[in-house]
Ligand binder design. Structure first.
Ligand code: IMP
Length: 202
């Protein structure tokens, strides 16, 4: 049987890995999750995504994707932003920390999710792809799907939080799905497919 091409996703977050597996179904690539445990010292999503992608590519010697993402609340000046994952020690505590800062503020609490993917290819190039999803936060968590801040992130036109959506529904709106679609249409991803086909026919 022909060997399938592999693509590393530099993340130990099971919620993210599940979403990437679904979003990249049909591309022909086998996804390999790899936690680089890189310190997210960058000031921007792009810097962190690049750090993760390059670290994973160096250690695995495979093409690698790094992803950095976060929640930004407009009335809090974009907080928690790049610090979304480090705000507190559990998803419930992170949700509580954001909601505590919103207490007494008039609704709607408009917000967005942002995702930046860095794709590091064997030719040494790194390309960046960004996606966003706009919505608003609700004061009580709703739904048990997804991960992270999903239960408080409402997509107004659907009347549902990400936590109340199936994986397929979330993929219609999510910041990660937008960034993936951009990556799949990019020159870097085409080069990756071509380099793998060339390798197989050698
Ligand atoms: P990092 O990209 O690993 O730094 O983590 C980003 C953090 O942002 C996650 O741990 C979540 O708390 C939050 N986040 C990013 N994307 C999502 C999402 O799709 N749903 C819910 N929370 C998210």
């Amino acid at each position: 049987m022909a060997e399938r091409p592999r693509l590393v996703v530099a993340s130990g977050n099971q919620g993210k890995l599940r979403e990437y597996r679904d979003l990249l179904t049909g591309t022909g690539f086998d996804l390999v999750g790899f936690d680089t445990e890189v310190d997210e010292v960058g000031e921007t999503y792009a810097e962190n995504a690049r750090l993760k992608a390059v670290a994973a590519a160096e250690r695995s010697e495979l093409p690698s994707m790094g992803d950095d993402s976060g929640l930004e609340v407009d009335v809090l000046g974009g907080f928690p932003g790049v610090r979304s994952a480090r705000l507190a020690s559990s998803p419930q505590a992170r949700i509580a920390a954001v909601l505590a800062r919103l207490e007494g503020r008039p609704r709607p609490w408009s917000a967005r999710f942002v995702c930046v993917i860095a794709l590091h290819t064997p030719d040494g190039e790194t390309e960046m792809f960004e996606g966003e999803c706009r919505g608003e936060l609700v004061p009580e968590p709703r739904g048990a799907g997804g991960f992270g801040y999903d239960p408080i992130f409402l997509v107004p036109e659907t009347g549902k939080t990400f936590g109340e959506m199936t994986a397929e529904e979330k993929a219609r709106y999510s910041h990660r799905a937008v960034a993936v679609r951009r990556m799949l249409g990019s020159d870097g991803f085409s080069r990756l497919r071509e380099s793998w086909s060339a390798r197989r026919s050698r």
